[in-house]
Every structure is written in structure tokens, then in C-alpha cells.
Design a protein around this ligand. Sequence first.
Ligand SMILES: Cc1cc2nc3c(=O)[nH]c(=O)nc-3n(C[C@H](O)[C@H](O)[C@H](O)COP(=O)(O)OP(=O)(O)OC[C@H]3O[C@@H](n4cnc5c(N)ncnc54)[C@H](O)[C@@H]3O)c2cc1C
Length: 499
Amino acid sequence: MTGTAPAPDTHVVVVGAGPVGLMLAGELRLGGAAVTVLEQRHAPTTESRASTLHARTMDILHQRGLLVELGDPPRGGPGHFGGMRLDLTGPSPHSGQWKVPQARTEALLARWATGLGARILRGHRLVGLTQTEDQVRADVVADGVHRTVRARYLIGCDGERSTVRELGGFAFPGHDASKELLRADVADVTVPDRRFERHPGGLAIASRGPGGVTRVMVHRYGTPATPRTTDPTFEEVTAAWQHVTGEDLTHGRPLWLNAFGNACRQADRYRNGRILLAGDAAHHQMPVGGQALNLGLHDAVNLGWKLAAHLGGTAGAHLLDSYHDERHPVGARILGNITAQALLLLGGPEVEPLRAVFGELLALPEARTHLAAMISGLDHAYPPGSGHHLLVGTPVRHHHLRTGTEDTDTFAPLETGRGLLVDLTGDPALAASAAPWADGRVRVLRATVPPGTAPPAFAAALVRPDGHLAWVDGTPSSLAAALQRWFGPPQRRVRPTGR
Ligand SMILES: Cc1cc2nc3c(=O)[nH]c(=O)nc-3n(C[C@H](O)[C@H](O)[C@H](O)COP(=O)(O)OP(=O)(O)OC[C@H]3O[C@@H](n4cnc5c(N)ncnc54)[C@H](O)[C@@H]3O)c2cc1C
């Protein structure tokens, strides 16, 4: 019980202004929740980190109207599975992978979230956490001064060494790294570009980037991961590179050094009362195939609208609990594919037979399509529930639509973060069924398919704010049931307001 505890300062405290915290802050603001982001760093990181955005993430940025500002990022070329070439073509207007430095993604999301009214407090480190029946108290240190921020919910988006996870009592089962890749950005060296080259002694990767800086990654087969509290030395990297390729890099100028291993852990639950986890705080994975950042962004997009609706009083606990129920299995599946890739990538000669069989499988169109959809996030679906259309739970695909004389599509109306009923049937009973939710929660879009464009695989569909299908081609009464499940009772919305 809180007794005489002061009123909360804000609806939600997000700990961490990394990409996941920033995405979540924007999503919460779209849903009308007041949000304060606490970030220990005084300025955004400029560290070279994740650089790949996959198709599902690009679809989400498209749905939120953020692609224009992102500009026209370069394509990332073909993908890979465990270092074996994988064509990532899939059903998205942004099929493939896209090269966007993490700092740029963060800057984009920070501008978006603050533009929507999120408050970001930099130089604020969370050091303590207490939850009571109706609020969470965050103890924070800023410029050596202790202060308290109270909120109704607190979300840990504070990365792989999450303080929130530790203080919030979340178990984090899994294993530490047994193998590692050393990585360095090096100036003043000339080595051939190498894409997952397997040598007798180990694995070597090199790519020359803009400005003449070469990123090298190297792993010696059979070498265990070194327990580290600091980055590797340049001498470690050059010695491993020499061992694997025979080339000398010692004359180069190291700009950035880093090691990452095949550690794999996942929080056993993503919610403990009023405290939740998202992104690397919820799951720790080897950043292979560029899935780590993308997975976290999708967590944020799943959680934001649900928590905002819960705070608005229209959604019961089931909606908030569905965050764990939907995202934990997706995370577990990605951790599984990353573990499989780590075995194929970092295994020595003993995995060659497995790689040979895998190579044959990857040549089969169906196997390629399956893996490409998994890596790019396009097949990340939530359980539809019994008796529902098979498309329920899957992400809506991009289709051109027309309303009267206006051209639109299935993505653009999602920019405001509201639900969307796409009705191509013209059946007045459907619109009548949805009318009690058309009070700002759900937009009804009666549309046609422009001639010469591919029609959707449905005649009518309800799309959640996160772009996943909630109902497809059912009866008006089943539509009303789906609307009630995801958007609360008819016409009783109290939107949370404030910042
Ligand atoms: C060196 C490095 C290289 C990587 N390379 C790749 C890659 O090539 N491909 C890939 O897909 N992924 C890569 N990753 C992983 C990718 O960067 C992460 O998946 C992604 O950043 C996760 O985003 P996040 O917002 O969950 O956490 P983070 O980006 O870690 O952000 C967490 C934020 O929380 C803040 N914070 C932490 N504790 C506190 C506290 N107590 N109080 C206040 N603020 C706090 C931190 O300062 C940080 O800003 C790499 C990560 C690292 C560290």
C-alpha cells in the first residue's frame, strides 16, 4: 500500500534512451500517456553499434511516417544465416536489409518522441526502485544529487546490464559466452574485403567503409571467450587476425575495439507488477544477422499502445499481460535462431558437414523464404486464437487503397497509432459494428483497391496500432468481439492526458 505516498509525477518512466526506450516513449505519447525517459548519459552515444534495419522495422517506421526523415538509406546487400548467404527478399515494400548507423536511428527516434511530448532527462541514472500497489518510485542520481520520480509504471529499456531487471526481481536464465568475435574499426590498413571467410584457423570478416576505415572481425576456432570487463586490446585483434589470415594489421590505427560473444539469456517474464522490460534488458543475444536492435524495437511497438490504453482505463490487465504473452515467444524464437547461427558461424571444422547440409537446404526456395521471413521479422506473428482467420496475428502487408478520389494504403493511416478497420466490402453492417469504437480509438477506412494493384488477402480487416491483424473477414458480431478485446468497451474511452 502507498499510504500517503505523493501522487505520481508522470504516467510512465522509461529507463534508458537507447533506441528501444526512445521508440517506446514515442509510442506511449501516441497513445496519450505522459512519459519521462531517464538516461544516465549526458549525450547520445556515438559508438559504432547496430547498423542493420530489417524489413519489418522499416515497415514500422513507414507506418509511423518516419521514413521521409530517415532519407534513403543504402541497401545492406544480401543477408546471411550463420555466415551462409541468404537472400532476404520478402513481402514488404522495404524487402532486404538497410544500413542505418544506430546513432542515426536514435537521433531520429529522439526527435520524434520529443516532438510528440516525451520528456528526456539526460544525466539521470536510476539507482533504486520500489513498487507499491499503485505506483513505482524511481530513485535517481543527477549531477551527484539524489531525487525521486514517481510513476504508475516503469519500463526498463536500460540495455543488457539492466539495473531495472536486477532491482525489479526478474530472473534472467541462459548462459554466458563460450566463444567470441573480436571486432575493430581500423584506419590506414589495406586488406581485401572478406565476407564470412572460413580459414583453417578461424573466421575472418573485413569490410572497408566510407572514409577508408576497415571493420575487421575475427574468431579463432576452438578459443574460449575471455571474461571481460573492458574492450579487447588492439594487440589481441592483430594477433588473432595474423593467426587466421596471415596478414599484419599492426601498423593500422585502431578507432574502435569491441568483443561480443554467444551469450544468450532471456528474462523469464517481461512484467513484474508495475515494472516491465523491453529490448536488450529483456533479452541478451549475440548481435549476429542484425536482429538484436530490431527485436527490441518491435518489443517497444507492441508494448506502447497497450500500456497507454491500460492507463487510459479502457483496457483490462489482459491487454498489458498480452505483451509478455506475445513478445516472450518471439524473443525465444529469435534467440534460438541466433544460437543456431552462432554454432554454424563459430564452429570449427567439426561443423563443416552441418554447413554443407544447411547449404543444400538454403538453396530450396521454401527454406530460403522461411528463414528470410524469420530474420527480417516479417513472419513474427502472435497466436490468433482458436477459430480465427489464419492471418490474425500476422503483420498487415502494404497494399494500395483508394477512398473516393484519394489514394492511400494500408500503412499510412497507422501514423497516429490508432486502430484501423480496412473495409473493402462496403457492407454497412461492418461499419455499424465498429461505430462505437470510432471515437478516436479506431479509424474506419472504407476503401477500394485501385485498378492494376495487388489486392489484399482479405476483404475486411482490423489492424492493431502495432500493425498486426486483430480480425479478418468475420461476421459483424465477431468484429465487435475483437474490437472489445483489443480496444476496450464501446464508447467509454478516457484517454490519459499529460506529459
Ligand atoms: C558494442 C556493441 C556493439 C553492437 N553491435 C551490434 C550489431 O552489430 N548488430 C546488432 O543488431 N546489434 C548490435 N549491438 C546490440 C544493439 O546495439 C542493441 O541490441 C541495442 O542497442 C539495444 O537497444 P536498447 O535500447 O535495448 O539498449 P541500449 O542501446 O543498450 O540502451 C540502453 C540505454 O540505457 C541507459 N542506461 C543503462 N542503465 C541505466 C540506468 N541505471 N539509468 C539510466 N539509464 C541507463 C544506457 O546509457 C543506454 O543509453 C551492439 C551492442 C554493443 C554494446
